[in-house]
Unconditional design. Sequence first.
Length: 256
Amino acid sequence: MTPTADFLKQRITFGQNARPLSPIPEEKVKLRQSFKGIIRYALFKLYIQIHRFFHAINVLPYSRNFGLERGSPVGRYYVEKFLRENADHIAGRCLEFGEPRYRSYFPKATKYEITDVVSRPGVHYVCDIHEPQGLPGNHFDAVICTQVFEHLAHPEKAAKSLFEVMAPGGVLLLTAPFINPVHYVPTDFRRFTPECLEMMIKEAGFRVEIASFGGNSLVGTGSLLGMVQEDFSVAELEKKDPVYPYNILIRARKPE
């Protein structure tokens, strides 16, 4: 037998005769877990002191305006990604709130109009969505309503108004925040969970096709303190934590 074969035989024999590893005693497991818990708590206490110190010297919050001074707001990442993913559902006569920010996202829209509460160039319909006088009924094939509902005193009523102005089969793309600093444009009334916004849209008469969210504790707390999209990796932005949804994302359709 060659030396190599003899060595392999010894290894095989050793493997066959080896005793199984003994399980780690429960006391040691608890000790390790306890040690990790102590370290975790110590690091958290250190973070609290750093957090408090940065507030005391006015480093935090670094921005009170979504970080616009230095980058792109975190919330827009989720809004814009959602709109791009659902662009194929938007066609025909389209209505957007405020300004034509997302007109280029929807090449199949044949007519693109804007509604707002104030008159200015580019606004086709001046009205309060609570009482949408001037907006044609059963007319729009698509409505883009992003980050509007938090500014409404009665979003349930607004949802019913959207239903009334949309044509049968029309698609609503709606986003609203759960984690956001207060921003008066010109008012700020609400924040929404996914269940709340889905229920509101269903009760207005829509058939909800997608009820989702984007966000997690890392980007949520970071954004509140002034961090922006560019401060996070795509993987960090994409992680979803249902306890910390940043923006709520709804696609709904008016039954035909």
